[in-house]
Write a protein that binds this ligand. Structure first.
Ligand SMILES: Cc1ncc(COP(=O)(O)O)c(C=O)c1O
Length: 405
């Protein structure tokens, strides 16, 4: 197994946790940041901090150039145009932007929106609110116990009243990746649009919005080795042009009188107020880092680790795994439970061994209900994860089973 990036690029991973080597296996919650990201943000703060698009002095022009440069980097990363990249706070805000700006302008009584059973709450609750408000129907495509979208059911639910299909590109519980191109083709045949929650997807596999043929994509920088507090909504230009603004205020206007206003060009029409310029710069540095590694290599690295971890986990008595047991069918995330040990207890015991895993409902309570559990444990990987991290985790799980037996 070849490592795709150097663990030493990530300063936090040098920490000792309770006196032990640190094995960080919660990258699906948030990924760690390489030193190039930290440096880019530090340099922005030290040398270029000024409000963007406003000052006519040197450092404000530099701040604007760095902010807009980050937009270009993110656009190139997903094969989009810079004016289709709207900076938001996170993927959740990007999805809400669509639900409010596009949804309130386009969804009427009797329409339907399709989601899947494995959506993160961020790609479920905004559509619940919209459908309630508009007396529209929220239709839910079931997933199999292995986390595959049941395409036959999807086809049945899709009608000429379907206006939007909102689907996760990669489940944060199963790691499964629905065939987005197939979903988009079917949806478009009924004139429905497709929104992809790419919060997990874009951190782990190459994403090309043109090839996928979808209409909206939501991203969070902090899942992609960037900072928290910055995300992206990508949408086709014609959709952004037709949509009314989401948040209103400074920067998003062209001209304002006391009674009325007109809107700025794309993408600034959707960026009200002072932006998170330092966050955008960090995001730009993160996509540079990922681009240098190559997302194909990232995927191969994580697939090899996932295969390794699945094999090791299966050998521990009492472990049940949720989702596919083949690494080819999933990203680097494994939800599991150990018989007789509550996932919170397991996570606490693992923490004592220097291993950070997630325990909880993973913001996917309907999936937990499907499996009849309150919570699961989850380990998840990124570019810096090593076999040694997994070995440390597996040894800690084995030890926990003995302690709790
Ligand atoms: C699949 C998925 N969608 C959406 C989100 C929400 O991301 P954020 O909290 O950064 O908006 C997450 C975060 O865990 C996620 O895993």
């Amino acid at each position: 197994m070849t490592d795709v990036s150097k663990k030493s690029d990530f300063p936090i991973l040098k920490r000792r946790i309770h006196g032990k080597r640190f094995a960080y296996l919660d990258s699906a919650a948030t990924a760690q940041r390489p030193v190039v990201v930290l440096k880019a943000m530090d340099e922005f703060q030290r040398k270029h901090n000024a409000n963007t698009h406003r000052g006519i002095y040197l450092i404000s022009e530099e701040a604007t150039a760095l902010y807009e440069g980050a937009r270009q980097k993110v656009a190139a990363f997903i094969h989009a145009q810079p004016n289709e990249i709207v900076f938001t706070r996170n993927a959740t805000e990007a999805i809400n932007l669509v639900a409010y700006a596009w949804g309130r302008a386009n969804i009427v009584t009797g329409d339907n929106i399709i989601v899947t059973e494995m959506e993160h709450h961020s790609n479920l609750v905004p559509w619940q609110l919209l459908c309630k408000e508009r007396k529209a129907e929220l239709r839910v495509v079931p997933v199999t116990d292995e986390g595959a979208v049941v395409m036959k059911e999807f086809t049945k639910l899709l009608t000429h009243r379907t206006k939007l299909v909102a689907v996760s590109g990669m489940s944060n519980v199963f790691g499964t990746m629905p065939d987005l191109a197939v979903i988009a083709r079917s949806a478009h045949r009924k004139n429905a649009l497709v929104l992809v929650d790419g919060a997990q997807l874009a951190a782990h596999v190459p994403v090309d919005v043109k090839k996928l043929g979808v209409d909206f994509l939501a991203l969070s920088a902090h899942k992609m080795l960037g900072p928290m507090g910055i995300g992206v909504l990508w949408a086709k230009r014609e959709l952004l042009e037709a949509m009314p603004p989401f948040l209103a205020g400074g920067d998003m206007i062209r001209e304002v009188s006391l009674q009325t206003a007109t809107w700025n060009d794309l993408p600034w029409k959707f960026e009200a107020g002072t932006p998170n310029a330092v966050g955008a710069v960090g995001f730009g540095a993160a996509v540079d880092y990922l681009t240098k590694l190559g997302m194909g290599s990232v995927r191969r690295h994580e697939m090899a680790l996932t295969a390794y971890a699945l094999k090791k986990l299966r050998h521990i008595k009492g472990v049940s795994i949720y989702g596919p047991t083949s690494a080819r069918l999933k990203g680097g995330v494994i939800a599991f439970n150990v018989q007789g040990i509550h996932p919170h207890d397991l996570a606490t015991l693992l923490d004592r061994e220097g291993v950070a895993i997630r325990s909880g409902h993973h913001c996917a309570q309907p999936l937990m209900q499907k499996f009849g559990v309150m919570a699961t444990a989850r380990m998840s990987f990124s570019v810096y994860t090593t076999k040694q991290d997994i070995d440390q985790c597996i040894a800690a799980i084995a030890k926990a089973t003995k302690v709790m037996a």
